[in-house]
Design a protein around this ligand. Structure first.
Ligand SMILES: NC(=O)C1=CN([C@@H]2O[C@H](COP(=O)(O)OP(=O)(O)OC[C@H]3O[C@@H](n4cnc5c(N)ncnc54)[C@H](OP(=O)(O)O)[C@@H]3O)[C@@H](O)[C@H]2O)C=CC1
Ligand SMILES: O=C1O[C@H](COP(=O)(O)O)[C@@H](O)[C@H](O)[C@H]1O
Length: 493
């Protein structure tokens, strides 16, 4: 495995811990080698020291004590080169031959964890150096493209260097156990699917918010924003998992065909949608924390959105008329990713409700993180005289199954790639369809520099305008409590 960007943040925080988890579970091929690439002048030994030191922050301390970390690090190598320079790839070729002992090494897995500006350059240089061998695979990080045009250009470049079956466009949300479980929940149970349509579902909310800011990634985030960083990829994948039809046979082609069908059914955004059904925001300072514009490497007059809420529709038999409200934001009160399915109200309410508050609709909450689980809210009679009804919860928590397996989304996805399973990776037509849908938003913002960008103080749930957008449908956001340590404490502010 050759990691471009091996001195970077993603490599140390996600890729190496994922590889280590696979290694200690004996899930990596015997004799595997990881070759880090970067301009930073490490050698094999200094890179191993760097990784060992970094791992102390990301891997539990007992792992180090157990000694397997040292064994693992002995599989790491490093080659200092500039991935933007075609001339440097001769050194890569030589190093690969040395490490594999083969004249024409094949079966490599390239991982592109560099800034996105290099995603088009590296494959072309690999091709020139004839390192795009028939059994190589390439994982490329998100964002895949900056807009529709650049995504198409990238797709063209990749198709000129590799076959589609060699290309793995990663979206780590799909590697999350809980995201995959949406499919099991829907398609391995007989009782939910008959209700899973416009006849019974009123609206759907998808939330992926964080209580952190942009951390040290100001330079990257300034040119990106929440739409490109989270919505065009992660959130729309969650829409697809929630809305897709069941594939007849579960395999990579069938699954990805269904994803594309959802994207192609998204109602094209009208002028009215662009004006009224998209709310973008930017966090502003609180008493203790800086606002976005005060962050390092961010312009003091930046108009980059750190929050976005949108109403989207799906024009097909199952979902026509059911709004999907999606939102993501930095510096929110808590970190939570969840899907809330609101079922239609009972046609008539004959009972009194405890406290006068009468929720007549069932609500299903698929919590992807944290405290992963599923909650169904429904009305029950309050014990005692009369017929008062209150909402209670039936819940499943992954902790009841002994918790989630060690390792995270990246371990799952890297292992899938090693095994040649593309199911959880984004296909070229899905990238295209998703960008076709979102491109008008970018264009609209570009053409309307004064389109509203609402401030929201750090630690709040985003601009109030996003509440107003939902009120049109008689809907409201489900804002979970800050303390998400126990499903029993599930509550709404
Ligand atoms: N960090 C994260 O949490 C996530 C990141 N991603 C994606 O993964 C990719 C990598 O992210 P991250 O690790 O944060 O990125 P970094 O900014 O940390 O960059 C990774 C490495 O790329 C090299 N690099 C930077 N600029 C250049 C350049 N101009 N020319 C050549 N090499 C350069 C640097 O290594 P050197 O100086 O040694 O060459 C750097 O260490 C990004 O595309 C990001 O969108 C996706 C999901 C999450
Ligand atoms: O891809 C990204 O995702 C993270 C959020 O991922 P999670 O698995 O921690 O929920 C986000 O912070 C980052 O900005 C984005 O690039």
């Amino acid at each position: 495995m050759i990691i471009f960007g091996a001195s970077g943040d993603l490599t140390k925080r996600k890729l190496i811990p994922a590889l280590y988890n696979l290694y200690k579970d004996n899930r990596l091929p015997e004799g595997f080698a990881v070759l880090g690439i970067g301009r930073t002048g490490y050698r094999d030994d200094t890179y191993r020291t760097y990784i060992r030191t970094e791992m102390e922050r990301f891997v539990a301390s007992e792992e180090h004590a157990g000694g397997r970390m040292t064994d693992f690090c002995n599989h790491l190598y490093y080659l200092s080169l500039n991935p933007a320079e075609a001339a440097d790839y001769g050194n890569l070729d030589a190093r690969l031959r040395e490490l594999t002992g083969e004249q024409e090494p094949d079966g490599m897995l390239y991982y592109l964890a560099t800034p996105p500006s290099l995603y088009g350059v590296i494959p072309l240089h690999l091709k020139t150096a004839r390192l795009n061998r028939p059994h190589t695979r390439i994982i490329v990080e998100k964002p895949f493209g900056y807009d529709l045009e650049s995504a198409r250009e990238l797709n063209r470049i990749y198709a000129s260097v590799f076959e589609e079956h060699q290309i793995y466009r990663i979206d780590h949300f799909l590697g999350k156990e809980t995201a995959q479980n949406i499919l099991a929940f829907r398609f391995a149970n007989g009782i939910f699917e008959p209700l899973w349509n416009r006849n019974y579902i009123d609206y759907v909310e998808i939330t992926a918010v964080e209580n952190l800011g942009i951390e040290q990634r100001g330079g990257f985030y300034e040119g990106t924003g929440a739409l490109r960083d989270m919505v065009q990829n992660h959130l729309i994948q969650l829409v697809a998992l929630t809305a897709m039809e069941p594939p007849a046979v579960f395999n990579a082609d069938n699954f990805r065909n269904e994803v594309v069908k959802v994207y192609e059914s998204l109602s094209p955004l009208t002028e009215e949608d662009l004006n009224e059904h998209i709310v973008r925001g930017q966090y502003t300072a609180s008493a203790t924390k800086p606002g976005y514009r005060e962050e390092k490497n961010v312009a003091s007059d930046s108009r980059t959105e750190t929050y976005i809420a949108m109403k989207i529709g799906i024009d097909n038999w199952r979902w026509s008329g059911v709004p999907f409200y999606i939102r993501t934001g930095k510096q929110m009160p808590t970190k939570v990713t969840e899907i809330v399915v609101h079922f239609r109200e009972t046609p008539h309410q004959m009972f009194r409700c405890e406290g006068g508050h009468c929720p007549r609709a069932n609500k299903l909450i698929l919590r992807l993180q944290p405290n992963e689980g599923i909650v169904l809210k429904f009305g029950m009679k309050v014990p005692g005289p009369g017929f008062d009804v209150k909402q209670v919860m039936m819940d499943f928590s992954y902790s009841d199954l002994g918790g989630l397996p060690a390792g995270d989304a990246y371990a799952r996805l890297i292992e899938d790639c090693i095994q040649g399973d593309q199911t959880l990776f984004t296909r070229s037509d899905a990238v295209d369809a998703s960008w076709r849908f979102f491109n008008p938003v970018l264009k609209y913002w570009q053409e309307h520099p004064d389109a509203p960008l609402y401030g929201y103080p750090v630690g709040t749930w985003g601009p109030l305008e996003s509440e107003a957008m939902m009120r049109e449908h008689g809907a409201e956001w489900t804002n979970p409590c800050k303390n998400l340590t126990n499903t029993d404490e599930y509550c709404e502010l």
